[in-house]
Design a protein around this ligand. Structure first.
Ligand code: SF4
Length: 361
């Protein structure tokens, strides 16, 4: 730990100012904050809350249900990245569907989608394309290759979200509930693609600070220190300049804009948010498997993921946490992914969960 990090750590440990609620928006930040033991390094007056930045966590149940329907359809195979197989829809997961004879496979990279399509040219493949601005360029490159190689037996069921409108919605929800978010750790990977302008604008609009951070323990401590110091100021700071440029990644943005257009999107816990998603453009609709119709969310009975994702409760405040719901047998999406707030809390605390709001003095 260098001198300035030690100074930041000392300040954060002994902080005795007004209570402050900081939201990390990115699921990888959530996981790294826990992995580095950062919550235990902070004064009880600084509370970290997880936001809606884990892609499978914010995916609505109707999307999972549709993938399950496809998996049970004749001559059709669903392909997804790993976590999605275990995310519960309104009546079970894709993994459950496989046990009932459904066809769904894990792929480790989009190149595997191409391989599977070529291996069985007469079979229809549905690729579950979930993610944020960070993964949208990957799907754009896949579409480019499908076009170039004339592969026509792959369609995408997309659930692609964009962060700024969701952050605005979370901030308003928290403010209306009387528990405002005082500062945001901006999503570092997303900013590497999109740039920082949206976050500077949000900081100004919401009159709270945003800090773009890397993912190392010292980087996170420095970012939290900056957020506490900036409290009350509608300013954005980029503390991750080696990766995040103000203009983002123009090539990635160009690829995404070619295939996708902004659209309204349904979020678990937040409902439909105008302009918070991406859908395939009309000219590429032959690659779309019906993504626009999916916004309804019917989580499992008792699951409070929506409140966890918006910072209204901690994972430990859900009655199912660590009892009916564990990483081995997840009831809700937030317990599935290593980036999910409930999963992270469970793993890092041995099932005890983070502090409750009532524990703060
Ligand atoms: Fe949902 Fe499980 Fe988290 Fe409760 S503990 S909110 S059931 S994921």
């Amino acid at each position: 730990m260098n001198g300035s990090t030690r100074q930041a750590a000392d300040f954060l440990r002994s902080y005795d100012g007004a209570k402050i609620r900081l939201m990390e928006v990115c699921g990888t930040h959530t996981a790294e904050i826990s992995a580095n033991g950062i919550p235990s390094m902070l004064s009880d007056r600084i509370r970290l809350i997880s936001g809606p930045g884990c892609p499978v966590c914010v995916t609505v149940s109707s999307y999972i249900d549709r993938l399950i329907e496809y998996s049970m359809s004749e001559n059709t195979t669903v392909l997804t990245f790993g976590d999605l197989l275990r995310v519960p829809g309104s009546g079970g997961s894709l993994a459950d569907a496989i046990a009932r004879g459904g066809r769904a496979e894990y792929v480790y990279a989009p190149s595997r989608v191409i391989e599977r399509a070529l291996e069985e040219p007469d079979r229809s493949f549905i690729f579950g394309a979930v993610g944020f601005e960070t993964t949208a360029p990957v799907y754009a490159m896949l579409l480019e290759e499908l076009l170039q190689r004339g592969i026509r037996n792959v369609r995408l069921l997309t659930s692609l979200k964009t962060m700024p409108a969701a952050i605005r919605a979370v901030a308003r929800l928290a403010r209306d509930a009387g528990e405002p978010v005082d500062a945001f750790l901006a999503p570092g990977h997303v900013c590497a693609v999109t740039g920082t302008a949206d976050y500077a604008a949000l900081a100004k609009e919401l009159q709270v600070p945003f800090v773009v951070s890397g993912f190392g323990g010292e980087e996170l401590l420095a970012a939290i220190y900056a957020l506490v110091k900036l409290r009350g100021r509608g300013e954005m700071r980029n503390l991750y300049p080696r990766i995040v440029r103000p203009e983002g990644n123009p090539r990635a943005l160009e690829a995404v804009n070619r295939f996708f257009a902004p659209a309204d999107a349904g979020w678990r816990g937040l409902g439909m948010i105008p302009g918070s998603g991406l859908l395939l453009r009309e000219e590429y609709s032959s690659f779309d498997a019906g993504s626009a119709e999916l916004s309804e969310d019917r989580p499992a009975a008792g699951c409070r993921c929506g409140e966890v994702l918006t910072g209204r409760i901690t994972p430990g405040e859900c009655p199912l946490y660590g009892t009916a719901c564990t990483p081995v047998r997840p009831v809700g999406a937030c317990m599935v992914s290593a980036e999910g707030g409930c999963h992270t809390a469970y793993v890092s605390s041995g099932g005890k969960g983070r502090k409750k709001e009532a524990d703060l003095t």
